[in-house]
Design a protein around this ligand. Structure first.
Ligand code: PEP
Ligand code: MG
Length: 570
């Protein structure tokens, strides 16, 4: 038995065999062959198996994620059947006596280079398709296994150096019981997605990929951030008991599913959920969410090869609004950048992507991307209670510019005779210190704030939220953070505006009493945190906590804050 610790990213316990998700070694030595016919047969066979796999993945993706994401695999299938690509490979085998591997790679590379340099975005996307499918065919020619998270069909725990949000989106929650990574933090987006998929996860272990072989039996304790490799019979039994307890606890929480959220002294707050896709809404309702406090629309743009159309977006927004049936839904406009990349946009690499050309900065410069999203949102607004917020706002000018584009699109739609709601609140994420500090000025112009602590903490403490080496500085309870939050809430309330929080801190058991005392109106969190939070808030007195806020805000360190809150609530 060996124990490894990391950061508990998604609670719950999983016990299963390890599945290593890693890029395969596709290197090979080039030689010539004697029998071209046999070599062409090898190539055909590898192409056939790849096609069968891609068909399966396409079907699976259609069912589990959606039609739009499945299209990427249709594009891949087209590539594999394209005679313009396949015939030159066979010619190369015939004329040069090249191995199938060489013929495949050289011809594919030629097309990739040609398409990559074209002006046309569609052709550039084809280059990415060819690159992807070539790897799969090559793996079959070499007899190397090619990991396909979407095709996992037995219970496993996925092990990876890192998981991108689009890898995470492909995980089938029926079979993937947990995941563990070497890098990443609690607020990296794959961790956030693990919580919405309700998959126990431990991230930032630094060594899981070196410590674990495929098929090793593992226990993941996502609540404690622990992984046990080759557990003993005793450990298996004790974790199974823990698993049962967790299930029982969930049943107890479930009793509060349809209750509003009141503190012990009768003050009401709203508990909302963060979602990434329309499919997440069922989980929100099952977990008693009173609204959506953050819909991260960027996932609509990820895991595919091109921008979603206005129509696709409209369908997604409409479906969330309808399913929420009049409950508030805060949709955030595209927040791309940082750890959320869009390969097909071909943006230049940046030295500091978290501080770079991202989110609203990118949208204001790329109206061809931004305006269709605004139109889709406005058109969907009549199907429910929509609120729109802009991410990464650093200056008032940015907010004014984004808002005026929204109003222009509204006017254009109205002129076209399209119905748009007149009650759409327009707010901003407060996640950059400049905006938190000038919250008074912003409060006069916005309808609401939603505090994005995931980024606010990293920018205030100058500690990358993805970097486990500086995770000690990533301190939600640091008095600097608490004072900024307090300042934002006071500024909003002075203008009679409401304040939510959609950073992960909103669902944190130590932070909740502090935030309640500071007067936060809406707490938006992973769906699975809602019922525990409601249970906790019912035992807290907002008045008593508010009376302690000055004392907490004057503390010197995060540790003092934590000890104080623990003393108070235990
Ligand atoms: C945040 O920064 O707190 C936030 C909610 O946004 P994201 O995690 O998507 O950056
Ligand atoms: Mg953010």
């Amino acid at each position: 038995m060996k124990k490894i610790t990391g950061i508990g990213a998604s609670s719950g316990i999983a016990i299963a065999k390890a599945y290593r998700l890693e890029a395969p070694d596709l290197s090979f030595e080039k030689t010539t062959i004697d029998n071209p016919d046999k070599e062409k047969e090898r190539l055909d066979k590898a192409l056939d198996i790849s096609k069968q796999e891609l068909e399966k993945i396409r079907e699976h993706t259609k069912k589990s994620i959606g039609e739009a994401q499945a299209e990427i695999f249709s594009a891949h299938l087209l590539v594999l059947s394209d005679p313009e690509l396949i015939n030159p490979m066979k010619e190369k085998i015939d004329t040069d006596h090249a191995m199938a591997e060489t013929a495949l790679q050289e011809v594919a590379d030629m097309f990739i280079d040609m398409f990559k340099n074209m002006d046309n975005e569609y052709m550039r996307e084809r280059a990415a398709d060819i690159q992807d499918v070539t790897k799969r065919v090559l793996a079959h020619l070499l007899g190397v296994s090619f990991p396909d998270p979407a095709l996992i069909n037995e219970e496993v725990i996925v092990i990876a150096n890192d998981l991108t949000p689009s890898d995470t989106a492909q995980l089938n929650r029926d079979y993937v019981k947990g995941f563990i990574t070497d890098i990443g933090g609690r607020t990296s987006h794959s961790a956030i997605m693990a919580r919405s998929l309700e998959i126990p996860a431990v991230v930032g272990t630094k060594e899981i990929t070196t410590a674990v072989e495929a098929e090793d039996v593992l226990i993941v304790d996502g609540s404690e951030g622990e992984v046990i490799i080759h557990p003993s019979e005793n450990e298996l039994n004790s974790y199974r008991e823990k698993q049962e307890l967790h299930e029982k606890q969930k049943e107890a929480w479930a009793k509060l599913k349809d209750e509003p959220t009141f503190s012990k002294d009768g003050e009401q707050v709203e508990l909302a959920a963060n979602i990434g896709t329309p499919e997440d809404v069922d989980g929100v309702l099952n977990n008693g969410g009173e609204g959506i406090g953050l819909y991260r629309t960027e996932f609509l743009y990820m895991g595919k090869n091109e921008l979603p159309t206005e129509e696709e977006q409209f369908d997604a927004y409409k479906s969330v609004l309808e399913k929420m049936d009049g409950k508030p839904v805060v949709v955030r406009t595209l927040d791309i950048g940082g750890d959320k990349e869009l390969n097909y946009l071909d943006l230049p690499e940046e030295l500091n992507p978290f501080l770079g050309f991202r989110a609203i900065r990118f949208c204001l410069e790329n109206e061809n991307v931004f305006r269709p999203q605004l139109r889709a949102l406005l058109r969907a607004s009549v199907y429910g209670n929509l609120k729109i917020m802009f991410p990464m706002i650093a200056t008032l000018e940015e907010f004014r510019q984004a808002k005026s584009m929204l109003l222009e699109e509204k006017e254009a739609l109205t002129k076209e005779g399209v119905d748009v709601s007149d009650d759409i609140e327009i707010g901003i994420m407060v996640e950059i210190p400049s905006t938190a500090v000038t919250a008074k000025q912003f409060a006069k112009e916005v309808d609401f704030f939603s505090i994005g602590t995931n980024d606010l903490i990293q920018y205030t403490m100058a500690a990358d939220r993805m970097n486990e080496q500086v995770s000690y500085l990533y301190q939600p309870y640091h008095p600097a953070i608490l004072n900024l939050i307090h300042h934002v809430i006071e500024a909003a309330h002075a203008e009679e505006k409401w304040v939510g929080m959609c950073g992960e801190m909103a669902g944190d058991t130590i932070a909740i009493p502090i935030l309640l005392g500071l007067g936060l109106d809406e707490f938006s969190m992973s769906a699975t945190s809602i019922l525990p939070a409601r249970t906790q808030i019912r035992d807290l007195s907002k008045k008593e906590l508010a009376a302690r806020k000055d004392e907490i805000l004057a503390m010197g360190t995060a540790e003092e804050v934590v000890n104080y809150v623990k003393d108070l609530t235990e």
